[in-house]
Write a protein that binds this ligand. Structure first.
Ligand code: PHE
Length: 339
């Protein structure tokens, strides 16, 4: 019996030490200490022993049980540590590896310049207004003092959708929408897409962008118009920019003017960009026509206003020296990446 116990102990130790995972270890636990395990069997057979041997064998068996348990526990610890090591090895991060570079997105040049222009006007207390691109004839023409037979309609090459609906040819209809909705003081700019039936070339596109401006209040004068637009030009182009106003005609402003700035390329000396004139036209403007105020239920005896409209695409191409408008709309990443 004693021999049998010693044998069990030896084998158990050997087998447990050679276990490499928890599952094997559990098998050994069952094999030696389980209900039908080897040690349990021996203890069960104790009844057949002579009485004087029982205590000795009993004590021995208990010692062995404890020893096997300790053996199992330390094997368990060893295996756990080992598994942890393997796991950490697998999860190891090599911080010296070069990172994956993410391609950087960027703003479209039109967005960059639009944001710049908006910031100037927001700084002057203007709010941003928006209007629909599919517009009613009333807002795009009629209310802007351009009746059905007016020659100004011919110059606009309108895309008509029905007799009364069209793609807006200018952002000026937003003036009407704002004046019909709000009462003075009004101080807004309205950027957006406009459409004219032009064929595409280096300087023409059937879709382009305008930024409209409108100020209506008591006692607004042409001096305010010049002051605001002059400040705007200096903010956008730098303080040494020169500007001039030329008389012009728009049906919805009276008087009307076009504003030129000294050429940003040649600083006014004359070059290809400015057609040797030294000047670049950047916007149309004028005092809101009294008839337009009336149509919007604003009394022209009490209120006056000025309006302006500029071409964002032209300002952007001038600013960056882009010689072909089409580049702005083709979305060639090699071009866009340069801004
Ligand atoms: N809407 C005019 C155009 O497209 C520009 C303009 C706007 C002129 C506001 C005067 C006042 O040419």
């Amino acid at each position: 019996m004693l021999e049998k116990l010693k044998d069990i102990r030896m084998r158990a130790r050997e087998e447990i030490r050679s276990c490499t995972d928890i599952e094997q270890l559990n098998d050994k636990r069952v094999k030696y200490l389980g209900k039908k395990g080897k040690l349990t069997q021996v203890l069960r057979g104790m009844g057949d022993l002579p009485a004087d041997q029982r205590p000795v064998i009993g004590r021995m068996a208990n010692e062995i049980r404890t020893a096997v348990e300790e053996e199992l526990n330390s094997a368990n610890e060893r295996i756990q540590k080992n598994m942890q090591k393997i796991r950490l090895e697998k999860e190891r991060i090599d911080v010296t590896m070069p990172g994956k570079s993410m391609p950087n997105g960027g703003l479209h040049p039109l967005s960059i310049v639009l944001e710049e222009i908006q910031n100037v006007f927001i700084g002057l207390g203007f709010k941003i207004a928006e209007g629909p691109e599919v517009e009613h004839d009333f807002y795009n023409f009629e209310a802007l003092n351009i009746p059905k037979d007016h020659p100004a309609r011919d110059t606009q090459d309108t895309f008509y959708i029905t007799d009364n609906f069209l793609l807006r040819t200018q952002t000026s209809p937003v003036q009407i929408r704002v004046m019909k909705e709000q009462k003075p003081p009004i101080k807004i700019i309205s950027p957006g897409r406009v459409y004219r039936s032009d064929s595409v070339d280096a300087t023409h596109s059937p879709m382009f962008h305008q930024i409209e401006g409108l100020v209506v209040d008591k006692g607004v004068t042409m001096g305010d118009l010049k002051g605001v637009l002059g400040l705007f030009a200096k903010e956008l182009y730098g303080s040494d920019i020169k500007m001039r106003f030329r008389p012009h005609h728009f049906p919805f402003t009276e008087p009307s003017a076009e504003m030129d700035i000294s050429c940003v390329v040649c600083k006014g000396k004359g070059c290809k960009a400015c057609g040797n004139s030294g000047w670049l036209e950047i916007l149309g403007a004028g005092m809101v026509h009294p008839r337009v105020l009336e149509i919007c239920d604003i009394n022209p005896d009490h209120y006056s206003g000025f309006a302006f409209g500029m071409g964002l695409d032209r300002i952007t191409t001038q600013k960056y020296g882009i010689d072909d408008l089409r580049l702005l709309f083709e979305n060639d990443v090699r071009f866009l990446e340069q801004f």
